[in-house]
Design a protein around this ligand. Structure first.
Ligand SMILES: *Cc1c(COP(=O)(O)O)cnc(C)c1O
Ligand SMILES: [Zn+2]
Length: 445
């Protein structure tokens, strides 16, 4: 088991490998890394994962992340030995991923215009810190502990810092969070304070904050827990694992995510690549990524809206110069990402290459939605008794748009990921106080 897991550069022309204890988030040529496993897990584990839902007081069975620990065993431990699991695996008492599974939401289905039994929405906001980030943070902090890191560091549009702060506090390690000042939801900022993180305000946007946090982590021995960390990606694979398990490992036709830094898209792609390679699934679901109109880097490049070329992974021969020219163009024109859905207000998605790889493997699509559409998506989820934030509303209205365009067919089975819960308390109040909004229920005197 000892040499089962290692790190490997994603660029097929480079392919540099590193030991699992390496803290590099890039190869020496600056390419992203994957966690790789030599061992091929048996699909008999499907039954084990299901049985763990009766956790028998084992928090690693309760956890919606560590329940699947054989498929992310980068610690290379004996996964049935609870004492050994406790020594290595970071968990908030089993709560990460525990509450999330796909649900049917009839009002959302009606709004989208597909039948209720074809639509599944998975609220990742029901994680301990209130977003899907906990799935990947549990694994990233596990690796941080494994390499003896004293401090974790991240840049954040809000939910990453809430999640990092929470796990750091619980593990007794330090946490520095870099936030674009004035641009994150108050409910997220307050969580970082509550968990005792050191906040560093950056005068700029998320992309600037990420750059500064990476520089500081490098110079001051910090361990980066943004989604360019390949161990974040491992934990977030459990989001599609839970969806697939719930659907009895019968692939849906689509899995739909809002797109920010594209960590989620990358994780889903990696999960599906592995499951398909191991023969656990026969059909590959298509991934749809939904950008905000105001932060549409992936959509612009993927759909050929910049210079006419449709950017593709192209088996690892991505036209990275096109990406550079796009970023130069943003800089030159002073175009800053702008949307009220701050969780996806990102101009330079750090995982763009892994995201493109995921789209290529799954024959994926990318589209955009407006702020007012996202608010409708958020509101209709609420009318089903579920909570989500504005960025998560992108999944709902993105599905609607793709159904209208007949890209998603009426009888396709669709799983939409609702990435986080509402942390901008006044947003629903403002939405419902404006009678012009589609689902508004204004107050009465
Ligand atoms: C971080 C975040 C996103 C963006 O996810 P990526 O993996 O960066 O694409 C979307 N929604 C919410 C609520 C988030 O916290
Ligand atoms: Zn490389």
């Amino acid at each position: 088991m000892q040499d089962d897991a290692y790190l490997k550069c994603i660029d097929p022309h480079c392919g540099l490998e590193y030991p699992i204890m390496s803290t590099n988030v890039e190869c020496e040529k600056g390419h992203l890394l994957d966690v790789k496993y030599k061992n091929k897990p048996s699909d008999k584990l499907k039954k084990t994962f299901y049985q763990r839902r009766d956790s028998q007081e084992n928090i690693f069975n309760e956890s919606g992340v560590w329940r699947f620990r054989e498929l992310l065993n980068f610690c290379q431990i004996d996964t049935e030995n609870v004492a050994e699991c406790s020594k290595y695996l970071v968990s908030l008492d089993g709560s990460e991923g525990r509450q999330s599974k796909p649900y049917q939401m009839s009002k959302a289905a009606e709004f989208i215009g597909i039948s209720n039994n074809k639509l599944w929405l998975q609220p990742e906001g029901y994680n301990p810190s209130g977003s899907f980030k906990d799935n990947g943070m549990a694994t990233a902090v596990t690796h941080a502990k494994m390499v003896g890191a004293k401090k974790i560091v991240c840049a954040s549009t809000g939910n990453t810092s809430a999640s990092a702060g929470m796990f750091a506090a619980n593990e007794g390690i330090n946490c520095d969070v870099y936030i674009p000042s004035g641009q994150i939801a108050p409910g997220k900022l307050s969580q970082a304070y509550q968990f005792g993180a050191q906040i560093i305000q950056v005068d700029g946007n998320f992309d600037d904050a990420l750059k500064q946090s990476l520089d500081d982590a490098k110079n001051h021995n910090g361990y980066t827990v943004n989604s360019i960390n390949p161990f974040r990606i491992e934990g977030q694979k459990t989001i599609p694992f839970r969806a697939l398990e719930y659907l009895r490992w019968e692939s849906p036709d689509w899995i739909v995510y809002p797109g920010g830094a594209l960590g989620n898209t990358s994780s889903c792609g990696k999960a599906l690549m592995e499951l398909y390679e191991w023969g656990w699934i026969k059909k590959i679901p298509r991934i749809a990524v939904i950008n905000s109109e105001g932060a549409s880097t992936l959509s612009d490049l993927y759909n050929g809206e910049f210079e006419g070329e449709e950017l593709r992974w192209n088996k690892g021969n991505t036209n990275t110069e096109l990406i550079s020219r796009y970023y130069d163009h943003l800089d030159k024109e002073g175009i800053r990402p702008k949307t009220k859905a701050t969780a996806i207000q990102i101009g330079r998605p750090a995982n763009i290459l892994k995201g493109l790889r995921a789209l290529e493997f799954t024959n994926g699509v990318v589209t955009t939605v407006s702020d007012s559409e996202m608010l409708d998506g958020m509101a209709v989820v609420g009318l089903n008794g579920f909570d989500c934030e504005m960025a998560s509303g992108a999944s709902v209205v993105g599905i609607k748009k793709l159904v209208n365009e007949e890209i998603i067919k009426k009888d396709d089975v669709v799983v939409g990921i609702l990435t986080g819960r509402q942390k901008d308390a006044m947003l629903p109040v403002e939405y419902h106080n404006n009678p012009k909004n589609k689902f508004a229920i204004p107050p009465k005197n």
